[in-house]
Write a protein that binds this ligand. Sequence first.
Ligand code: M6R
Length: 383
Amino acid sequence: MRRIKEENITLGPWDSTRAEKLGYEHFMLKEIHEQPKALRDTMGARLREESVFLEEIGLKDEVLRSLEKIFIIACGTSYHAGLVGREALEELTGLPVEVDIASEFCYRNPFMPANSLVIAISQSGTTTDTLVAMRKCKARGAKIIAITNVVGSTVAQEADYTLYTRAGSEIAIASTKTYVTQLVALIMLALQVGLVRKTVEETRLAQLIKGLHALPNQLEELLGQASPIAELARKYASHEHIFFIGRSLDYAIALEGALKLKEISYIHAEACAAGEFKHGTLALVTEGVPIIALATQPHVFSQTLGNIQGARDKGAKIIAVAKAGKDELGELAHHLFEIPATHRLLSPILAVVPLQLFAYYAAVERGCDVDKPRNLTKSVMTE
Ligand code: M6R
């Protein structure tokens, strides 16, 4: 029996299936570890020393200048990427941005100005709900840009423009590496639109470009610290309910963390905007209930701290994820994971990693079929 040891992960017996997984126990773990490369490939020559270059999309400057509104439509993890994209686009382009779950968007009738841009995000490029929503927008005269990982997929074919993520194939049903590449694609797109519309200040551009360049190495650093997360996931794997809270972009990450955990470990995981928690969900907190609290967003840090204190007072066990140097949180949380310093719009790309690893190790501990969770398929082609 051959065993290999890498980044504190002991890998099991060697066979041909395992070879496809490059020695990892599951595709999901392999794909989590491929995230630094996926980011490098997605940024590639699109991200240079001082700016972003997305001419390949073919979006003309006149089109970008005349935009009145942006809509983002997607499902599941891609929708969660859209929530982060909304904030980046609003902040960098000054345009109003709506983000919607594709299956909901199909059956409502939002006001859509003539110069609307619709961003359809779909890893597979074949999700029916996203396609139906896209077709509805197209019929109303909107321009569609697809963000997808699959070259030539239906979403790419039907869109007016395509920005490909370059995550490589993702086999595990739980999306991991495609999610972080969607985030980077959205931020680069927001920068491109903002540069054309002259709504991005130079300092902010420089900070974001520097931050984007640093991400792959920072992800490697985080992945090298998987052991304590694995240990913690095993400790809490027997719980049947775990809550995730966060404000602003941390709420978007909380939603993604909860989805990852529930879909592969079958633990009931629920995300709540931290400020909203006390308006109902707090009633479910009893002694020892684990809460994963995201606190990476500086502009809402003190408010989040107050919400964490409120949950702790009711007996919750707090597992916090924050940027390094937050001593107040260190005292309040039972466990604290620190992510490297970065721009607030980029921190979801780092903060999601401990959540992916937590979900993965909790699912393994519970003996779940990590790569193929029950009832789910990689591409959902029904409405
Ligand atoms: O291929 P898509 O991005 O359109 O898929 C949408 C969702 O089905 C997908 O993101 C799903 O939520 C994830 N695989 C869950 O991890």
